[in-house]
Structure formats: structure tokens, C-alpha cells
Design a protein around this ligand. Structure first.
Ligand SMILES: [Zn+2]
Length: 176
């Protein structure tokens, strides 16, 4: 699929060959299929393959894997549960712009098209003027958790302390 100019923007996916109805079942037992479909979109595929930055890893280490995964549904409900508003598409930071703001959930949102109500409408067919259903929140949390499990494989189960990243040179070096 051809993509251009996706950087920093949420855009609709032009690929009509995907099995939309299967994706839109929001079936937590069919995550692998949905993930394979997401990876056909360039920007999503990037997030499934790039190495998360140290800020995001540290966030996960400080929270611990169990609490991180447990907190996903609450995160989804708070961040994209309400209907679309004027800030839609601008809430999730990008690692190359504000690397220090990244956490595992934000990487996962870009990877799973749960970054905003516009992308959720495009991919999952959910009307943006409606609050997300419990089924949708459960599904998106499972999808995000699958990303976290795959892309943050070395998190400790329980919280550990990590020194702050405060050196500006380090910030430059870790920006992709
Ligand atoms: Zn989006």
C-alpha cells in the first residue's frame, strides 16, 4: 500500500482489500489477524518494528509489567473513550518530536490505530460521536497489551526504580 505524508497526522487508510468485517468484530481471540492487518499500514508497521525509546522503557520499569497491563483499560477509556473533540489526533506524542513524553501505551496507540477517534473510526468503524462501548475498550486494551508484551519484553513484573534521564546530550542521542 502506498502511503505518503503520514508523519504527525492521523489519516484514513486507503486499502479496501482488508477484511474489514473481521477486523471490526473486535474479537479478543482474533488479535493476530487484526495486528497483521494493522501492519499493512506504513505508519503502524513502523511502530511494530522500531525500538521503543528509553523514556518509554523507564516508564514501564517504574510501573512494572503487571500494573502496566492492568492499567490499560482505564487508560483507553480515559484517552479515547469519550466522543471525538477538537483535540482529536493531537493527544498522543511522537517519539521523534517529544521523546521524553513517550510511554508504552503511546507507542501502542500509534501501532494499533487507537491513537484517536478518527483512526478508530477508520479502522474499527466506530462512530466518533459515540463513547466507546465496554466491548471496544476491552478489545483495544487487549490489542495494546499484546503490543506491550511483544515490544517491551524485558519489563520487570513489579515496579523498579530507574534514574531520571536528565542530561541534554543523552536526550539528543536517544531521539530517533
Ligand atoms: Zn489517530
Amino acid at each position: 500500500m502506498k502511503r505518503e505524508g503520514t508523519e504527525g497526522a492521523c489519516r484514513s487508510c486507503g486499502d479496501r482489500s482488508l477484511e474489514w468485517s473481521r477486523i471490526r468484530n473486535l474479537d479478543v481471540d482474533d488479535l493476530a489477524f487484526v495486528i497483521a492487518a494493522l501492519r499493512t499500514e506504513y505508519i503502524r508497521a513502523q511502530f511494530w518494528s522500531i525500538e521503543p525509546n528509553q523514556w518509554a522503557k523507564n516508564y514501564g520499569i517504574r510501573k512494572g509489567r503487571i500494573a502496566l497491563l492492568d492499567g490499560t483499560a482505564v487508560f483507553v477509556r480515559k484517552r479515547v473513550g469519550p466522543p471525538k473533540d477538537a483535540f482529536d489526533g493531537r493527544r498522543v506524542p511522537w517519539p521523534h518530536k517529544t521523546p521524553e513524553k513517550m510511554n508504552p501505551y503511546f507507542y501502542a496507540q500509534h501501532a494499533t490505530a487507537t491513537c484517536c477517534r478518527t483512526c478508530i473510526e477508520t479502522w474499527y468503524g466506530i462512530a466518533p460521536e459515540q463513547s466507546l462501548s465496554n466491548q471496544a475498550i476491552t478489545f483495544f486494551a487487549a490489542l495494546i497489551n499484546q503490543f506491550v508484551i511483544e515490544r517491551f519484553p524485558e519489563l520487570p513484573d513489579y515496579p523498579q526504580s530507574v534514574p531520571q534521564i536528565r542530561d541534554s546530550l543523552q536526550i539528543q542521542l536517544q531521539s530517533p
